[in-house]
Design a protein around this ligand. Structure first.
Ligand code: R5P
Length: 312
């Protein structure tokens, strides 16, 4: 049997996973000092045990990352047989190349840290770019929550008396980089790969953070219900701009399936006031009280993760 540990980033999800596995979360002491340093202490015997640490490296990203590294160190020092990291939301994944000359490649640095500290396997959910998988030289598994979101949206539409037909519904990627992801969502949603995909062309000004424009739309959304598919919402600009363009192009209404809500401070209000009818997301990141809004609905990834951990 594994020992399951939770960092502080998403304890609710860790508890749900423990429940699914019918085990208790193992005991730890996590102390944050007044100068913001953190100390992790394992309070159970883990000698020769397989230990799993659940920690999303969401905002505050660096703080959550350090905690994860310290968990691994503490477990290795306590002679755990293996330390496995479950990182439902893998922060810094968007900085996986040099977008401009002179930039760091943050994702690569994080992976080197995880490996050198001693993790023996890493699980994530919907990593931003699948190509990043190749950077890991330890076992790595990228799980997907897209089928869960597809099921939830089908249920929502069916409650409204709407059939999930290819003729009624347009699956839309809100940018060029998300085409494969939107296709995968559509395959799960329609149970076939034979459907037209719509793509919104996004333009970013790389010198300005969180600013983007939807400049064109490729595909037919007229008279259709649009489902925008993306991995992350931060400022909400990508999603809201794409929804507005779809509606201006004649869409009936717009829904969104977004795996991770790594919200900026203004995002919840921007999304609630947007023309999107509903945003379906997951609990890979803990949702704070002041981030909750009516249009947002979460689906849990606990069962998806627990199913994997059962086999360890
Ligand atoms: C970008 O490549 C991602 O897939 C998301 O589209 C993007 O990070 C969302 O950010 P924001 O909500 O700030 O537009």
């Amino acid at each position: 049997m594994i020992k399951l540990f939770s960092g502080t980033s998403n304890q609710k999800l860790a508890e749900k996973i423990a429940q699914q596995l019918n085990i208790k979360l193992s005991k730890t002491e996590i102390v944050r000092f007044a100068n913001s340093e953190v100390r992790v202490r394992i309070e159970e015997d883990v000698k020769d045990q397989t230990c799993v640490v659940i920690q999303s490296t969401s905002n505050p990203t660096d703080t959550h990352l350090m905690e994860l590294f310290f968990f691994c160190d503490a477990l290795k020092r306590s002679e755990a047989k293996k330390v496995i990291g479950v990182i439902p939301y893998f922060g810094y994944a968007r900085q996986n190349i040099q977008h401009r000359e002179g930039e760091c490649v943050s994702a690569n640095v994080i992976i080197r840290f995880l490996e050198s500290i001693g993790f023996s396997k890493i699980y994530v959910v919907d990593l931003h770019d699948e190509a990043t998988e190749g950077v890991f030289s330890i076992p790595f598994k990228n799980l997907t929550a897209l089928p869960l979101l597809a099921e939830k949206i089908k249920e929502y539409l069916s409650n409204k008396g709407i059939n999930a037909d290819i003729e009624n519904i347009a699956i839309v990627s809100p940018d060029q980089g998300g085409v494969e992801r939107a296709r995968k969502f559509g395959e799960s949603f329609f149970n076939t790969s034979d459907f037209p995909l719509t793509v919104v062309e996004k333009r970013r000004n790389l010198a300005k953070i969180h600013v983007s424009k939807a400049v064109g739309i490729y595909g037919d959304v007229k008279g259709k219900i649009v489902i925008l598919v993306d991995d992350i919402i931060t400022s909400g600009s990508t999603l809201v701009n794409a929804a507005e363009l779809c509606l201006a192009s004649g869409a009936r209404f717009a829904l969104a399936a977004i795996v991770h809500h790594d919200f900026s401070k203004q995002a919840p209000e921007k999304l609630e006031n947007s023309p999107l009818e509903k945003i379906f997301t997951t609990d890979t990141i803990s949702l704070l009280e002041d981030q909750k809004f009516k249009k947002l609905e979460e689906v849990s990834v606990a069962a998806l993760l627990a199913k994997e951990l059962k086999h360890l």
